[in-house]
Design a protein around this ligand. Structure first.
Ligand SMILES: Nc1ncnc2c1ncn2[C@@H]1O[C@H](COP(=O)(O)OP(=O)(O)OP(=O)(O)O)[C@@H](O)[C@H]1O
Length: 483
C-alpha cells in the first residue's frame, strides 16, 4: 500500500508534538517520571529474567591497586573451573619456569555450589587505542561477571562468595613463586617501578630437617611457627596484630640465616631482607615496612651493626619532625642522596609497636646478631621479640645431622673420636659443613673417611672451650678498662 505525502507530514508533526510535551513534562517532574519508568521497566525485566548479576572489576577505586577479590576469583576459576572451559589462555608462571592456565576473555564456565548453578563469565572492556600506539592500552578493564538465579541470592552473597575468595586465596598461596625482596636496589629500578623493594625468586633449599641443632629445641620452634600461622582468629580475639618477633643470636656460621630460610620454607612465606644501613631515615623505613605483604618474614641481619643503638626513645611525631628538619638541612646544604643511614632505635621501636599493627597480618620479624649482649634491652624485650633463639657451636647431635646431609651416613667408626672432640672444642656448624664437602679421595668410602679425618684435624686445631672463654673474658676486661 502506498502512503501519500500528507500522511508522513502528519506523522512527523504528531511525533514532534509528543516530544515537545515530553520535554515539558520532564522539566517540571523529572525525578517522578524517571522513578516511575525505571520502576516499571525493572519490574517487567524481573518478571521475564529472574537472574541476578554481580560484576567484579580487576581494578577498584583509583586503579592504584588490583582488587584482591578479583585475584582470588581468577585463581579459583583457573583451578576449579578451567578444566570445563573451552578456551583457555596460557601465561608464564612461577618466575617463567611454568605455565599457568586461566579462562580466556569472554569465556563462560558453570560452577555448582550446594545444588545451585552459577555462571561465571570473563569480560574485557577494550579501551580505544590511538592509531599510533603499539602497546596495549592500560585502560583495558577486565572483570568477572557472576550470574545466578534470584532464589540463590542469600547463598551466593553469603556462603558462596566467601568460599570462592577463601579457596582462591589458598590456591594463590600454593601456586605463587615465593620471593626474596631486598631494599638495596639501584635508582634505575626505583625510578621505573616507584617501589623501594626489588625481588628475585626465593629458592633456598634449607629446611628444619637439614638444620643442625638440638632436636628438642628445633621441634619447639617448628611448633611455635606452625601455631602462629594458624592463629588468625586468636590474634583477632585478643585484639593484637598478627605478628611475631624472633631474635636469633649466636656466633658466626651457626645457622642464623639458614634458619630464616628454613622458616620461610616451612610456612611458605616471602622474605624481605631489610638492609637498614641503606635506609635513609625513619620515614623511608616506615614506607618500606608498610609495603611488605602478609605471609612474609622481615629480616634485619646483624641488628647491632645496622642501627644506632644509642639515644633516647622518641615519639613517632618527634621522629617525623626530625626527619623533615634533616631533609631541609640537606637541601639547604645542597647535599646529595649518598648519606649515612639515619634510622634510629626509636624509629625502629615506633614502627614495631605502632604502624606495624595496622599494615596487614601474618608477618614474622626476625633480628639476627652475633652480639646479643650489645643489644638495647628495649629492642628485644618480650612482646617485641617474642622468641629468643640461641644458635650455638656444633654439638655431636648437630654433627650427625650434617653427616647425614653431606655424606649420607648415620654411623662410622670415627664418630666416637669426633664426639669426644666436639665436647672439648668450639667449632661452628659452617666449619664442620665445610670439612664434610666430598672433595677429597676417590671411591665413596675413601671420600667419606677423608672428610671425617679432615674434620678431626680441624677440630684438633680449634681452641678448646676453656681457652676460648678465657680469651673472651680478657677482651671484655680490656674493653671495660678502655671505657
Ligand atoms: N646449624 C646449621 N645447620 C646446617 N647448616 C649450617 C648450620 N649453620 C651453618 N650451616 C652452614 O654454614 C653456612 C653458613 O651459615 P649461616 O649463614 O646460616 O650462618 P650465620 O649464623 O647466619 O652466620 P653469620 O652470623 O656470619 O651471618 C650455611 O650455608 C650452611 O651451609
Amino acid at each position: 500500500m502506498m502512503l501519500h505525502e500528507g500522511y508522513w507530514t502528519g506523522l512527523g508533526s504528531s511525533i514532534a508534538g509528543v516530544m515537545f510535551m515530553w520535554a515539558i513534562a520532564r522539566q517540571y517532574f523529572p525525578s517522578q517520571l524517571d522513578f516511575y519508568l525505571s520502576n516499571s521497566t525493572s519490574k517487567l525485566v524481573r518478571l521475564v529474567y529472574p537472574y541476578l548479576e554481580i560484576t567484579f572489576f580487576e581494578y577498584v577505586g583509583e586503579r592504584l591497586k588490583r582488587s584482591e577479590a578479583y585475584a582470588a576469583i581468577e585463581a579459583y576459576l583457573a583451578d576449579s573451573c578451567s578444566a570445563r572451559a573451552a578456551r583457555l589462555k596460557a601465561e608464564p608462571d612461577r618466575g617463567g619456569t611454568d605455565v599457568a592456565l586461566s579462562m580466556d576473555d569472554f569465556e563462560e564456565v558453570v560452577d555448582d555450589f550446594r545444588g545451585a548453578k552459577l555462571w561465571w563469565c570473563s569480560n574485557k572492556i577494550v579501551s580505544r587505542r590511538t592509531s599510533f600506539s603499539f602497546y596495549p592500552a592500560p585502560e583495558d578493564r577486565h572483570s568477572y561477571r557472576l550470574v545466578f538465579h534470584r532464589r540463590h541470592r542469600d547463598l551466593v552473597v553469603g556462603a558462596y562468595l566467601r568460599h570462592v575468595v577463601e579457596e582462591g586465596k589458598a590456591i594463590e598461596v600454593r601456586k605463587r613463586q615465593r620471593k626474596l625482596y631486598t631494599n638495596v636496589a639501584n635508582m634505575d629500578w626505583y625510578e621505573r617501578h616507584r617501589n623501594a623493594w626489588s625481588h628475585v625468586p626465593f629458592e633456598h633449599p634449607a629446611t628444619f630437617d637439614t638444620l643442625a641443632m638440638d632436636a628438642a629445641k628445633k621441634q619447639e620452634i617448628v611448633e611455635d611457627l606452625i601455631s602462629f600461622s594458624q592463629s588468625k582468629d586468636y590474634y583477632k580475639r585478643i585484639g593484637k596484630a598478627w605478628k611475631r618477633g624472633y631474635l636469633l643470636y649466636g656466633p658466626p656460621g651457626t645457622g642464623k640465616s639458614t634458619m630464616i630460610a628454613a622458616m620461610a620454607n616451612l610456612l611458605d612465606y616471602d622474605v624481605y631482607d631489610l638492609e637498614l644501613t641503606a635506609v635513609k631515615n625513619n620515614t623511608v623505613l616506615r614506607q618500606l615496612l608498610i609495603e611488605t605483604a602478609s605471609k612474609s618474614i622481615i629480616v634485619i641481619e646483624d641488628i647491632d651493626c645496622s642501627v644506632d643503638l644509642s639515644g633516647k626513645r622518641k615519639t613517632a611525631d618527634e621522629e617525623k619532625r626530625e626527619d623533615a628538619e634533616e631533609e631541609k638541612k640537606k637541601i639547604a646544604a645542597g647535599r646529595g642522596d649518598k648519606e649515612e643511614s639515619k634510622v634510629t632505635l626509636s624509629g625502629l621501636l615506633n614502627f614495631i609497636d605502632g604502624i606495624w599493627s595496622s599494615c596487614g597480618g601474618e608477618k614474622l620479624i626476625v633480628f639476627t646478631t652475633n652480639h646479643v649482649e650489645k643489644l638495647d634491652p628495649a629492642l628485644v624485650r618480650r612482646g617485641r621479640m617474642d622468641k629468643h633463639v640461641e644458635l650455638s657451636y656444633c654439638s655431636f647431635e648437630g654433627f650427625k645431622v650434617l653427616a647425614k646431609n653431606y655424606l649420607g651416613i648415620v654411623e662410622h667408626p670415627l664418630f666416637g673420636e669426633i664426639s669426644g672432640l666436639l665436647e672439648e672444642k668450639n667449632i661452628s656448624p659452617a666449619d664442620v659443613a665445610e670439612n664434610l664437602m666430598l672433595k677429597y679421595g676417590t671411591g665413596d668410602g675413601e671420600k667419606i673417611e677423608a672428610c671425617l679425618e679432615n674434620l678431626i684435624k680441624a677440630l684438633k686445631e680449634c681452641k678448646s672451650k676453656t681457652e676460648k672463654e678465657a680469651e673472651t673474658a680478657t677482651v671484655e676486661e680490656d674493653e671495660e678498662a678502655k671505657e
